[in-house]
Structures are given as C-alpha cells and as structure tokens.
Design a protein. Structure first.
Length: 171
C-alpha cells in the first residue's frame, strides 16, 4: 500500500488528530517528495511525459508545447502539484487544434497568471536553498533541532537564528 499526505503525520499523532496504531501500520518507508514548485527543473520532463501519455491514450497528434506556454507553466506555483500539471496537459491536448500546444489550450487561471520576470540574485538563491535544506532536515529528523544542527554541520544557535530568519515553523 502506498499512502501520501501533505501534512506531518508524526505531529498529527502527537496532537491526537491521527490514530497512532494506524500510523505505525502504514509507516514502513517514508519518502519526502518536495512540491513541484520546488522542482522547476522537473516540469519540462513531466510535460513531455504527460504529452506522450495523453496523445497515446486518445490518439491525437500534439507533439510539443509552445516555448511561451512552457515558460508560463514553469513559473506557476502548482498548488495541486503533479496531478494538477497532468490535468492541465491532458485538457490542453484535448483542446489543442495544432501539433504544438499553444496558450489557447490552457485553462483561464493559467492564462491570467502573471509571469514573474524579476531576476533572482545570487544571495536570494542561496538563501532559498538554505531555507529549503533546513526545512527538509527538520522534517527528516522530526524537528529534533540538535540532530538537525549536527547533520547540517552548524551550531545550535546558528540553526535557531536561521529558523527565526526564515520564519520556519514546526507545522
């Protein structure tokens, strides 16, 4: 059995919001998959995969996606993650009248999405990477800050300072 959640089950067990016995029955192997918005480099690969999957299923010839559309897709936040992306591509193939999927085949909310063309500084990129690394380590070590600091090779006070700086909560 494979189960997925976007909430920390360990914390829910502690708060008595998830049955402890059920947690231990299903908790054989844990995998953390970052949200799609944190894996922009995967989007074009997933788009290609979904294009091939949908076109093979329905027999329609849509061979690629317009670069402008791909750029728009890569800059969207994807709150519905991979399933939302798959649904958008599926609908886009159905609605597309050409071999190249254009903007007209996208849902309205994506067409209206404002593309952020602001350049990201090196400092911003480093800080974002640092924040994500700390968040992953905190989840991996179940928010045991001493173990996280050791694993990251930083002092406890440095970790606490960074948690405060990045406003990371244990939720």
């Amino acid at each position: 059995m494979i189960a997925a959640t976007n909430r920390p089950l360990e914390k829910l067990v502690e708060e008595k919001l998830f049955r402890e016995d059920l947690f231990y029955r299903i908790n054989a192997v844990q995998l953390f998959v970052p949200p799609l918005s944190d894996r922009i480099e995967d989007i074009s690969l997933l788009v290609d995969y979904f294009l091939k999957k949908v076109t093979a299923r329905i027999g329609k010839r849509v061979t690629s996606i317009h670069p402008e559309v791909l750029s728009l897709i890569e800059q969207y936040n994807w709150p519905g993650n991979v399933r939302e992306l798959e649904n958008v591509i599926d609908a886009g193939v159905h609605l597309s009248n050409d071999e190249v999927m254009g903007k007209d085949a996208l849902p309205d909310y994506l067409k209206r999405h404002k593309v952020n063309r602001k350049e990201v500084s090196l400092k911003d990129s480093v800080e974002e990477t640092e924040k994500k690394t700390i968040e992953r380590a905190l989840r991996r070590f179940k928010f045991d800050k001493k173990r996280v600091a050791e694993a990251l090779g930083i002092g406890n006070s440095t970790l606490y300072d960074k948690i405060k700086k990045y406003q990371i909560s244990d939720q």
